[in-house]
Design a protein around this ligand. Sequence first.
Ligand code: PMP
Length: 379
Amino acid sequence: MEIYLDNAATTKPCEPAVSACFYNMVEQYGNPSSLHSAGVKAEAAVTEARKAIAAALVCSPECITFTSGATESNNIIIFGAAERFGKRKKKIVISALEHPSVAAPVKHLEDMGFTVVRVKPGRSGEIDAEEFCAAVDENTFFASCMLVNNETGAIMPVRRIFSRIKREYPDCMTHCDAVQGFMKIPVKASDLCADFITVSGHKVHAIKGAGAMYIKKGVRIPPHTFGGGQEKDMRPGTESVPLIAAFGAAVRAMMPTMSSAHENAEYLSSYLIEKLNKLDYITVNSIAENRSPYIVNFSVEGIRSEIMLHYLESRNIFVSSGSACSKGAHSSVLSAMGISDKLADSALRVSLSRTSTKGEIDILLSAIADGRSQLAKVK
Ligand code: PMP
């Protein structure tokens, strides 16, 4: 039996997503731009998916643009905002916890001459709203803060930060990478006071290669690719109808059970943390007061992350070392939290899905205990 606990990296596509994908490959394979009925049906599939994502974000479907994923969405927004709003104002404020798909394009802008302030989290991995807002001034044209950190699960006070920025500096654009919060905690576009929000299909039981961005009504940024005018010119290129339809189907299927799934994740992560806290060789790094129950990060004293990860893999249990995107590289998130290199080097991330069970957590816990005693001996 395989125990997959790396759901922050990607999730298993759900049955409605796979069926929608298959149907839109095999039966309904038209190009949404074609004028004949095959095209009209494909266009209708994209429209339905757009409505599903909009319903989940509680916004108008017009505000949703499909992309290939959150990385592309974040890049389009950051470079588009810099081109449109960064002519006179030159400052960008982001959290020091951002995913590389935000941090790297912002670093590129810094190399081009923009000023970047990276607001550090406290020891619990949360960003202090006051501190973030204090970094924003009249020269700031872009502020970005993620909703849920992908390594620790800490939830950031995005609404508090963005509402204050909008009150004090209404011209400053606000962007939220909501990838790890979407379909797990409520993400209502208007509540976040964000001009831009990004989400990804494969994190919510859809398929890799489809994502979306929310752009608030009335906000305009220039595109960075040009072509056939699809997605209102913001992301030209023939739409990947199968992947987009799968994204819509997954979101539609998950919506009615979001709160019961959250309760299950809350129960499982509390149980896991309670058991881990009883082991003297474990340090739990997910200690934010406000945190997503889907992610638990902890360090196993004296055993490097990759060694324990592969031991668990040998027992058919899949977890991650820090962030999967950094392929085992030193975690900048844990460092920013002030966690020692030693603890960061032995950090593991367990990320749950709505199908995770207590039985799986029990098997994980006994495998960690076995792994620790065997690997400590080898050392
Ligand atoms: N932002 C966050 C917080 C993420 O966790 C990820 C996925 N690791 C991304 C952005 C990138 O998403 P995608 O894989 O859709 O490009």
